[in-house]
Structure formats: structure tokens, C-alpha cells
Design a protein around this ligand. Structure first.
Ligand SMILES: Nc1nc2c(ncn2[C@@H]2O[C@H](COP(=O)(O)OP(=O)(O)OP(=O)(O)O)[C@@H](O)[C@H]2O)c(=O)[nH]1
Length: 298
């Protein structure tokens, strides 16, 4: 259960401090959030740590999210003057999309540099985000196979290692790990549903019940079809009874822990369709900042 260590406040503080120290070496921060849980997968502390450092918000796993709600989120962040893109990190176009967005954000500064004779300067970036959000996948995808470590830059405790990309980015080789804000039970459930918290750390049947509650309001037909339930099961049964019924249909008799695990695997593998758990209107309920700078940690 080594992962538990990630939740220690001391570790969180240390990681944030390290990130803060590394910030001075980069031009921009790529903050990754999961498109299905754009609130729970952020850490409001980052707003403080970043100060006025340019940031590009990258909503990952767009292919698993509800496209309509992704559009709502894009608008929401844009209205808050946070430059944002949504993507499937593994998509071929990802390096172009990310590089173009970063260039746009830094265009003015780069124009000034060009006037002073500095041409084609690489953009240096730090990738940050909560566990499982896609940081390593993005790094690997951006550098493609031409991994080249550019050496000899000053660093905090050691020389920093940079990865060059074919699109003229230079990425710090170690992404910054952020911890989710974990005070709110519902936030924890959302993180667990998407797999951002390791299954060993949570009670799977609690998460499965939370998932059924979500599906009840959002997408009942996905559950009905997948597990061949009677159409009115959602109306007649409590979540617990529904979970037991689904467990039976899966052939696990009354082993609802196994049923819960399978239900979550089905969700994460996209067998229940695309879904987005959080909408822009959930900010207040989940105790999240409004991104105008007045966040809940102020
Ligand atoms: N479908 C889909 N899967 C993704 C996407 N981005 C990442 N993944 C998958 O999500 C999982 C986690 O990705 P990682 O790149 O390891 O995430 P990380 O942020 O580096 O995780 P930690 O090392 O735990 O901090 C992997 O199975 C990836 O293949 C995406 O945009 N779409």
C-alpha cells in the first residue's frame, strides 16, 4: 500500500515546493486535468504556486468524456481567461495542438525576443497534474521517439534534465505530481471512479454505489443495456439492491465486492459509454474555487 504515502501532507507540501523551485526555469506550465472530473482532478494550491506564470490547461481523456459537457467546460475555462485545450493525449495531433496553444500564449514575449534577435527559441515547459491524469503519456507523446536530453542547465538540487520535442519544446523530464484536494467525500468518489485513486485505498462497493447513483440521473440506459436489466429497475430498486442484482447478472452470485470491481472496470474501459461526472455548475457544491483567483483555499 505504498500509495498511501502520497496523501501525507508533508509529501504534498514538499512536491509543491519542488514545483515552485522548478518554475523559474520554465516559460509555461502544462496543467493536466481529467476531462471527466475537471474539478476533482485539480489542486487549487496550484493557483497560488503559479503566480503569474503562464499556464495551459490541458483536459486529457477527452475520448472518454461526454463531448457536449467537454464543450461546456472549454467555454467555462475560457470565460475565466484560462487558456485551455481538450484532447485525447494518445492522438496523433496532440503535439501540434499543445505546441500551437503554448506558442499562442507566449506569442507576445517571443515576438519581443525576435525583435532583439533571438529567433526560434524553444519553449520550456513543466507538465503537472494529479496521479493517472496522463502526464507520462503526454511527455512520451510530445518527445516522440527522438528523446534527447539537453544537459547542463542549472537545477535545484541537481542538474535539470530536459526533453526536446520535434515541435521545439523543451520539457522538464520529471512531471510535477499534484495531489487532489481530498477533504470532500464526493471529490474522493469522483477520483476513485476514474481510477485516479488506487483501488486498494478505497471501499469499492461505496464507489460502485456512488456510480449507480450518478448513472441513475445521467445515463440509466447504459446500465440497463449492459447488464440486461428490466427498464424500470432504476425506479424500483435501491442502489444496494441494484448492485446486488447486477452482481447476480454478472454471474458472481452475492459477491457484490467482485460485482463492484467489475462495474468500475466496465466504466473505466468505456463499456458504459462516454461520461463526464462533473459539470461547470458543480463548482460550488464541490467546494471548488471559481478560478477568478478567489479560490476556496484563500
Ligand atoms: N483514453 C485515454 N487514456 C489516456 C489518455 N491519457 C492517458 N491515458 C491513459 O491513462 C493512464 C495513466 O496515464 P499516465 O500517463 O501513466 O498518467 P500519469 O499522470 O503519468 O500517472 P502517475 O504516474 O500516476 O502520476 C494510462 O493507462 C494511459 O494510457 C487519454 O487522453 N485518453
Amino acid at each position: 500500500m505504498g500509495q498511501i504515502i502520497q496523501w501525507y501532507p508533508g509529501h504534498m507540501a514538499k512536491a509543491l515546493r519542488l514545483m515552485q523551485e522548478n518554475l523559474k526555469y520554465v516559460d509555461i506550465v502544462f496543467e493536466l486535468v481529467d476531462a471527466r472530473i475537471p474539478l476533482a482532478s485539480r489542486n487549487p494550491e496550484l493557483n497560488h504556486v503559479l503566480g503569474d506564470k503562464p499556464r495551459l490547461l490541458i483536459m486529457t481523456k477527452m475520448d472518454l468524456a461526454d463531448p457536449k459537457i467537454t464543450q461546456e467546460w472549454l467555454q467555462d475555462f475560457e470565460q475565466r481567461n484560462i487558456p485551455v485545450v481538450a484532447l485525447n493525449v494518445k492522438d496523433r495531433k496532440t503535439p501540434q495542438i499543445v505546441t500551437k496553444a503554448a506558442r499562442k500564449i507566449l506569442a507576445k514575449k517571443w515576438d519581443q525576443l525576435a525583435e532583439r534577435g533571438v529567433k526560434d527559441k524553444a519553449i520550456r515547459a513543466l507538465v503537472v497534474g494529479v496521479p493517472n491524469v496522463g502526464k507520462s503519456t503526454l511527455l512520451n507523446h510530445l518527445v516522440m521517439k527522438n528523446v534527447a536530453i539537453t544537459g547542463d542547465r542549472p537545477g535545484v538540487t541537481k542538474k535539470l534534465q530536459w526533453l526536446k520535442t520535434p515541435t521545439n519544446l523543451e520539457l522538464l523530464d520529471t512531471p510535477g505530481v499534484l495531489w487532489p484536494k481530498f477533504e470532500n467525500q464526493v471529490v474522493g468518489q469522483h477520483l476513485a471512479m476514474t481510477g485516479a485513486i488506487k483501488d486498494q485505498l478505497v471501499n469499492l462497493d461505496d464507489i460502485a454505489l456512488a456510480l449507480l447513483e450518478f448513472m441513475r440521473g445521467y445515463h440509466p440506459e447504459a446500465i440497463i443495456e449492459r447488464y440486461k436489466l428490466a427498464p424500470d429497475s432504476f425506479v424500483q430498486l435501491s442502489n444496494v439492491d441494484l448492485l446486488l442484482l447486477i452482481t447476480q447478472k454478472m454471474g458472481f452470485k452475492d459477491d457484490y465486492e467482485r460485482g463492484s470491481e467489475r462495474l468500475l472496470i466496465d466504466l473505466r474501459r468505456g463499456k458504459l459509454g462516454t461520461y463526464t461526472i462533473e459539470r461547470p455548475t458543480d463548482r460550488e457544491e464541490l467546494g471548488f474555487l471559481d478560478d477568478a483567483g478567489n479560490d476556496s483555499t484563500d
